[in-house]
Design a protein around this ligand. Structure first.
Ligand code: PMP
Length: 457
């Protein structure tokens, strides 16, 4: 007999700790049990069909239920389910995937170091850039500059690189040698300023911080091309070229966290390509396997690889699952699918522009003060009075009210404060985008009505 929803919820409350969750509050409601996925839809244990506007957690890029990925995993498990790459050994899917990723990333890169997640990849980066500068005889160059409201993972280094104050508040973070500058959030910080001028000013905060720390102490700058978990913060187009110029000026390594933006989400294989940035290192995870199996890693540019390989000796770092053959085989099948279906080009030329068009129309809604998209990520800002740029009181948790209506209407949309965001599967069709936007509109209407009834507007 399969377990009933309430039996699963009881086990969940009794034994299962969720990421980023207030368990006491969850136990009162009971977790929603997701049981199945197909295409852009998931189903819960009560049989409700839900349109997944978040691709799981920004990762199910090819959509659910793709047999090709299942078959790749089964085939590899039968041949060699696991072997490590520690003791001068290697395996076929790992080297094939490294080669494939380097071809996609371009000639600036030469090597890939694999792990199993975005957090691990960003942990790797911290040790790698410090090892790089030490190898070059500059061990004092150890400070990494990141940004407020960035998300780089949940491990000690990942959360330290991240700029989420709530995460820093637990566990004594950030670790030493990681400092933050303000994010390039035009709408939130300087909506009246010219956007391009703001982009230059925001990049200038990096230069200020470099001078404050001392250029000879700074190892690297890290940023997401588009900040995802921070609420889909799309920087002005002037921002990244100026960041690049500043990094070049001081010889600082540039790292792009491509965990969300990589593998097609913005309409290019890597988001940094579209931003006018030439990172020395890129971290990735999520979309490389469309989330079917855990895999992440670091794409290492020649500038770093040459030093580490020629002079660096042993880099005392790596994971049991670095280059896991099954994960790499699934990634290869996933990249085959993305290529065969032309998903990157589709996002760039068809579905991305269509999503942008639909979101521009949503900006007319009385609750929506701003709507932005880039490829297949999009965000809406809800405001009490959009004409006066007047935000809701934070305590009202208006984003969470909207999210509740999304659940009730069979749509997964995420709330980050009062920013409502989506990142649908890249395989989503234009018709399915229309369906998603219809649902979003219904949810906005329901939210508006509830806010009026409660006297919040
Ligand atoms: N970097 C970015 C940009 C992310 O969005 C995330 C996860 N949302 C991570 C790193 C961490 O990845 P993981 O949860 O796989 O450790």
């Amino acid at each position: 007999m399969p377990l009933t929803t309430s039996e699963i919820q009881a086990l969940d409350s009794a034994h299962y700790m969720h990421p980023f969750t207030d368990h006491k509050a969850l136990a009162e409601k009971g977790a929603r049990v997701i049981t199945r996925g197909e295409g852009v839809y998931i189903w819960d244990s009560e049989g409700n069909k839900i349109l997944d506007g978040m691709s799981g957690l920004w990762c199910v890029n090819v959509g659910y239920g793709r047999k090709e990925l299942v078959e790749a995993a089964v085939k590899q498990m039968e041949v060699l389910p696991y072997y490590n790459s520690f003791f001068q050994t290697t395996n076929v899917p790992a080297v094939q995937l490294a080669d494939r990723i380097i071809k996609l990333a371009g000639e600036r890169y030469s090597h890939v170091l694999f792990g199993s997640s975005g957090s691990e990849s960003n942990d790797t980066i911290v040790r790698m850039v410090r090892h790089y500068w030490t190898t070059l005889g500059q061990p004092e160059r150890s400070v990494i500059i990141s940004r407020k409201n960035a998300y780089h993972g949940s491990t000690m280094c990942g959360a330290s690189l991240g700029g989420m104050s709530g995460m820093h508040a637990q566990g004594g973070l950030p670790i030493p040698g990681i400092v933050h500058i303000e994010q390039p959030y035009h709408f939130g910080l300087a909506p009246d300023q010219d956007k391009d001028a703001f982009g230059i000013e925001a990049a200038g905060w990096l230069e200020q911080k470099i001078l404050e720390v001392g250029a000879d102490k700074v190892a690297a700058f890290i940023g997401e091309p588009v900040q995802g978990a921070g609420g889909v913060i799309i920087p002005p187009k002037t921002y990244w070229p100026e960041i690049q110029r500043i990094c070049d000026k001081y010889g600082i390594l540039l790292i792009c966290d491509e965990v969300i933006c990589g593998f097609g989400r913005l309409g290019a294989w890597f988001g940094s390509e579209l931003m006018g940035a030439k990172p020395d290192l890129m971290t990735f995870a999520k979309g490389v396997t469309s989330g079917y199996i855990p895999l992440g890693g670091v794409v290492v540019g020649k500038r770093v690889a040459e030093v580490l390989i020629e002079k660096g000796g042993e880099f005392n770092h790596g994971y049991t699952y670095s280059g896991h053959p099954v994960a790499c085989a699934v990634a290869l099948a996933n990249l085959d699918l993305i290529e065969k279906e032309g998903l990157v080009e589709r996002v760039r030329d068809e579905t991305g522009p269509h999503l942008a068009h639909c979101f521009a129309a949503l900006a007319e809604h009385p609750l929506v003060a701003g709507a932005e998209t880039f490829g297949m990520v999009a965000g809406l800002v809800l405001m009490k009075d959009k004409h006066q740029h007047l935000a809701f009181d934070e305590d009202l948790e208006v984003g969470m009210i909207c999210r509740k209506h999304c659940f009730a209407h069979g749509l997964i949309m995420r709330a980050v404060g009062d920013r409502m965001i989506v990142a649908p599967p890249l395989a989503m069709t234009k018709e399915q985008i229309d369906e998603m936007v219809r649902l979003i509109r219904l949810c906005l209407d329901a939210t508006l009505q509830e806010l009026k009834e409660r006297g919040y507007m």
